[in-house]
Structures are given as C-alpha cells and as structure tokens.
Design a protein around this ligand. Sequence first.
Ligand SMILES: *[C@@H]1O[C@H](CO)[C@@H](O)[C@H](O)[C@H]1NC(C)=O
Ligand SMILES: *[C@@H]1O[C@H](CO)[C@@H](O)[C@H](O)[C@H]1NC(C)=O
Ligand SMILES: *[C@@H]1O[C@H](CO)[C@@H](O)[C@H](O)[C@H]1NC(C)=O
Length: 320
Amino acid sequence: MYKPSMLLSLLVLFVSDTFATPFKPQARQIYAFPDNATFIENVAVRPNGHILLGTFSNGSLFSLNPDTRTPEAELVAKLPGVGALVGIAEIAPDVFAVGGGDLLPEGFGFVNGSMKVYTVDVKKKKVKVAASLPAATGLNGITPLPGHPGVVLAAESVAGQILRINTATGRIDVAIADTQLGPSSDPAIVPLGVNGIKVSNGYLYFTNSGLGFFGRIKITASGERAGQVERITSIENPGFTHAFDDFVFGSGLTPDAYVALHPNSIQRIAADGEQTLFVGGDGSNLMPYPGPTSVALSRDGRKIYIVTGLGQVVEATLPK
Ligand SMILES: *[C@@H]1O[C@H](CO)[C@@H](O)[C@H](O)[C@H]1NC(C)=O
Ligand SMILES: *[C@@H]1O[C@H](CO)[C@@H](O)[C@H](O)[C@H]1NC(C)=O
Ligand SMILES: *[C@@H]1O[C@H](CO)[C@@H](O)[C@H](O)[C@H]1NC(C)=O
C-alpha cells in the first residue's frame, strides 16, 4: 500500500539526519581544588546525586554536591594506611568499594604490598579494610560484578589481570589474565595496561592505556573469560601524555562510552566503534594537562562528571 505521508516522514527523517548539526555538549568546570594540588584519580555518583572524589592526597575521599551554586568538597574519610586512591564502585546503596595504595615516586604503579580495597559506608562514614593485596602493584579501575553482591572486578594495570575481590570475605583471585590487558613493552609508553573497566551485557569493557585501545572481552556470570579480547577502537601513538584513562557508559539501549583521553579530552565511542571528540581537545583550555582521569554518569543519566589531574570537576551535558 502506498502512503504518501509515510514517504514524506521518511524523507524528513533522512534530511534531518543528514544535515542535523552534531550535538554540542555544554561543558563547564563546577569545582576545582585550590592550587591545582589535588590529583583526582576517580569518581562515582552517590544515590543522592552527590559526587565522590578519590584523590592522590593522603588517601582522602571527598563528596561534592554539584547542585549548589558554589559546590564545596567535603572530606568523607582518609583511608588509613594508603596515600593514593584508585577505583571506586558502588556495592550497596551509598556503600562503595575503594582501592588504594602508596604510589611509586615516578607516579605510575604502587609499592608492592601496599594495595588495599576498602568498603566505605559514605553516609555513616564507616571505613573497613575489605582486602589486602600482598602482590598487587597496579590496582586501578573497579566495577561491581553483576549478580554477585559485594563482589567486584578490579583492573591490575601492571600485571595485566582482572582480579575478582569479595569485599565480604576478603578473598581475591585472578579472574582473567591476558597480555592484551597488560602494558606495552615500549619504555616510552606509560607502563599501565588495563585501566577503566565496566561490565555490560555479558562483556567486560575496558581501556588499555599503554596499548592504546578500548576493547571488550566476553565473560561468564562469575566474571571469567568466555572469549577473546576484541579491540573496538584505538588511538595512534600512545605515550606518557597521550593515553586512554577511565570511562563511563551513557544511558540507553546501546549507550556510547565517554572515555578520558590524556592530555585534554573526552572521546565519545559509539557501539559500532566510531570515536569522536566530545569535550576538550587541542585548542580548548577546559581540562589542561594532565587532563581528565575518569568519568561518571549523573543519576538522571543526563550529564557526565569528569575529574582531572589538576583537581577539577567538569560537567558536560549528554545528547537526549
Ligand atoms: C591551575 O592550572 C591552570 C592550567 O594549567 C593555570 O592556568 C592556573 O593558573 C593554575 N592555578 C593555580 C592556582 O596554580
Ligand atoms: C596531603 O596532600 C596534599 C596535597 O597533595 C599535600 O600538600 C599535603 O602535604 C599532604 N598532607 C600530608 C599530611 O601528607
Ligand atoms: C611482590 O611481592 C610478592 C611477595 O610478597 C612477590 O611474589 C611478587 O613477585 C612481587 N611483585 C613485584 C612486581 O615485585
């Protein structure tokens, strides 16, 4: 059956799709620690919408309300016995697993034996050591393992592993090990492999800083390997100052990934692997070197929060 109106709407759809101007996020700094002195390594959003900031300053974890006119960072806790915090993952409402350790002097990697995973009940300000990692030197991104309350997967950037950590029992084992999770062997490239990790639809998605790609690996319900590493997209010439860091997915059925890329940008990576500059980049002074380290999604799914090595919190709107 011929329906002129249908043809017309198809035509309109085609025209608007082809000539629509690309989405331009509104991005602005909403907070910065004084004097650029606080390296923010990771970020998560609490059930009340406030932003948790994990820093390299004396193991300090902060909370910030983004919806006030002049947001202020309030100390939640100093995690005892570590200088620098890494990944943050919510394991129960307002309870987070947080990794930490003592950074090596050169700043990439941690003192062997110093790394721990804590649980932090943010509202009650209760901190517990959930697990000590006797031989980890590169704990990095942390994410909940779906269907296993209290269990997280953690990137080990130096060893090239995904660790599985039970925060209730302290049990740690290696869920996946692969050379494609490890760093590059080139000494001119940042000595970190797998960095940010997230589980979605039966896959573990990850960035590899040194090897310069965003990829995924199919996993079983218990977080073990069920396939080969797939590279989704990569960057040219990864180095010390040009490297993927942590990331977050937007919302929707096939969400884009928003990936921190040193020295100065957030890249948007679509499900088909198309990579475009989303915020920052050369010519922008929004997030200067060392630039963005991680990204979190607001609770309403309409914004991302970006944190940087200069102690900034930047928000950017997402496409509807
Ligand atoms: C913070 O860093 C920015 C960018 O490098 C610089 O313009 C600014 O002057 C710095 N602020 C302080 C207080 O050091
Ligand atoms: C805590 O961290 C800040 C910023 O990195 C630093 O200036 C300060 O000296 C540290 N304080 C202690 C007690 O280590
Ligand atoms: C860290 O220490 C453990 C022993 O506690 C040792 O087995 C391991 O090889 C060390 N790792 C590195 C990278 O030195």
